[in-house]
Design a protein around this ligand. Structure first.
Ligand SMILES: *[C@@H]1O[C@H](CO)[C@@H](O)[C@H](O)[C@H]1NC(C)=O
Ligand SMILES: *[C@@H]1O[C@H](CO)[C@@H](O)[C@H](O)[C@H]1NC(C)=O
Ligand SMILES: *[C@@H]1O[C@H](CO)[C@@H](O)[C@H](O)[C@H]1NC(C)=O
Ligand SMILES: *[C@@H]1O[C@H](CO)[C@@H](O)[C@H](O)[C@H]1NC(C)=O
Ligand SMILES: *[C@@H]1O[C@H](CO)[C@@H](O)[C@H](O)[C@H]1NC(C)=O
Ligand SMILES: [Zn+2]
Length: 488
């Protein structure tokens, strides 16, 4: 190599290094990689978490919490409603006559009976805690389930008496004024409607174009069906900033989650200069739709779809893995299923899904040193910190509890909603393979799963009039988190 050539190579190398280390992420073209700075520290032992062997799927070892070990007679697997619809050829799933019941589980034996009904595919469960569960009764099962409840003297309240009616009323078209506004604004997002993925992605790109000094967008991978996993970053470029990662839409049907996360993005990007120093001194990373395939599916085919859309090739052919059971910390433990037809299927191994793998790769290799991770779900109004895999808490759980409680207070002051605060396994039930456990195990201090509104009146089918109130009070909570992050 001649000396000029050598010098040129050196110069290129120096320039490249300089570009990476100044980390002016906002100057990068969309789609280009953001710089990496090696992974964040990992205080918990990852080796043991990542080596749980993959078992072949067997019908009798489903790990759903309600499954008592001695019930073998009725072991028809729980089949997600969608599996059938997909088999029938993508007709929109109709929930006419389906009902939502709130059932107290305090009486002995109720959980066992519900588990049985679930495996016979007569009901599915929405959300619940240690004393209540919301149960969806499928229309053709109404007579049988009513009979079982009467025989067993189980009391219940009917919360929704015709689910399809609620679904039809949930997301009405925008009025003409709003549509006109949309056209003038340069993007289609409103917080008066639940939007399709295209509108959400268009909104992210619009912000990057409009505020290039502080906003940039990147694609951190693709979903199973090849849809972009788009992350938006807001940062003033100060190298002393802390970093916070926020995601939404891991579970497809929880529409209020992407709506809330995009509301945060809009408020912070559009009013950056008016935000507090605590808010401005954070590099914000937002991934509003972790599960774009599932999200689109809930708009087009089945409003109640939860998982991603990757078909399984083992055992019975069913679709989808529960991405929030697929993360690689204590993967394969309690509260997750090895049955591909289950709503809480954990996947064939940890990070078997492109969506969960992309999130973990991004967090591991990001230039950012994340101080907090918030993952938005619905519903139930809970602020949950690790661990989820079992009834245990991390060494700094008192810090998490303090921060969680002050976020909850801020939410209540701002909008009146009451949130319960606690560890997810303690307050709800064990669920292994959650994103929060894995991120916490990477050393990210303030890690919370937030179950947004409501507490069961509408459940997943929260009317669009609730988007702004829910998002606004959640933003008040986020500002409190920022104040704690700034003190680290
Ligand atoms: C992590 O766990 C693995 C498997 O249990 C063990 O072999 C290893 O020594 C542990 N490492 C640390 C640093 O504790
Ligand atoms: C459990 O759910 C019921 C019904 O939604 C609610 O009244 C109760 O407050 C919840 N318990 C906790 C600890 O949040
Ligand atoms: C309801 O119960 C009857 C009698 O036990 C049974 O024949 C029928 O298949 C059940 N219906 C459903 C939807 O499981
Ligand atoms: C059914 O439960 C109610 C309370 O939920 C109780 O008052 C009643 O005695 C019970 N009846 C039978 C037959 O167990
Ligand atoms: C990451 O942030 C924490 C505080 O949140 C700090 O203690 C630590 O030194 C930072 N690490 C790096 C590599 O900047
Ligand atoms: Zn969820």
């Amino acid at each position: 190599m001649g000396s000029w050539t050598r010098m040129a190579v050196l110069l290129v190398a120096v320039l490249a290094t300089a570009t990476l280390s100044t980390a002016l992420i906002n100057e990068l073209e969309p789609g280009k990689d953001w710089p990496t700075r090696g992974s964040v520290k990992q205080p918990y032992n990852q080796t043991e978490a990542l080596t749980v062997p993959t078992e072949a799927y067997t019908s009798t070892t489903e790990l759903v919490e309600e499954t008592p070990p001695n019930v073998k007679d009725e072991l028809e697997e729980e089949i997600t409603i969608l599996a059938r619809a997909a088999e029938a050829g993508n007709v929109k799933v109709d929930y006419s006559g389906a009902q939502l019941w709130k059932v107290s589980t305090e009486k002995n034996g109720v959980r066992v009976i519900l588990g049985r009904l679930k495996r016979r595919n007569l009901i599915s469960t929405w959300a619940g805690n240690q004393s209540y569960v919301d149960v969806l009764i499928k229309p053709n099962a109404m007579a049988n389930v009513t009979r079982v409840f009467a025989r067993e003297n189980i009391s219940y309240d009917i919360i929704i008496d015709d689910l399809q009616k609620r679904i039809n009323e949930e997301n009405p078209p925008l009025d003409v004024n709003e549509i006109e506004l949309q056209d003038r604004r340069g993007h289609r997002m409103t917080w008066k409607q639940y939007h399709r993925l295209e509108d959400i992605h268009g909104f992210l790109d619009y912000l990057a174009k409009t505020y290039p000094k502080i906003v940039s967008v990147n694609t951190i991978g693709k979903s199973y069906e090849g849809k972009d996993l788009k992350i938006l970053r807001i940062s003033d470029g100060n190298p002393n900033n802390k970093a916070v990662f926020i995601d939404g839409g891991i579970h497809a049907r929880e529409w209020i989650s992407p709506a809330t996360v995009t509301y945060f993005i809009n408020q912070i990007a559009e009013n950056f200069d008016e935000e507090s120093d605590d808010m401005k001194q954070i590099d914000w990373y937002f991934l509003p739709v972790v599960n774009p395939d599932g999200y689109e599916y809930t708009h087009l085919v089945d409003r109640l779809w939860r998982k991603n859309r990757k078909p399984s090739f083992t055992g019975r052919q069913c679709f989808g893995t529960d991405l929030n059971r697929n993360f690689g910390y204590r993967w394969g433990g309690k509260g997750a299923s090895n049955n591909p037809c289950s709503e809480i299927f954990r996947g064939s191994r940890s990070f078997s899904e492109p969506e969960s793998r992309a999130v973990s790769e991004f967090i591991k290799t990001s230039v950012a040193n994340f101080s907090a991770y918030l993952t938005y779900h619905s519903y139930g109004q809970y602020l949950l910190y690790p661990w989820g895999y079992d009834n245990a808490v991390p060494p700094d759980h008192k810090d998490l509890d303090v921060v969680g409680k002050s976020i909850a207070e801020a939410i209540e002051r701002a909008g009146g909603s009451k949130y319960s605060v606690g560890s997810s396994s303690g307050l709800l039930y064990p669920a292994s393979g959650g994103s929060d456990d894995w991120v916490k195990a990477q050393g990210v201090k303030y890690t919370f799963t937030i179950e947004l509104s409501d507490t069961g009146r509408y459940g997943f089918i929260l009317p669009t009039t609730k988007i702004e109130p829910v998002a606004r009070e959640s933003l008040a909570g986020l500002r409190v988190l920022a104040s704690y992050v700034s003190k680290l």
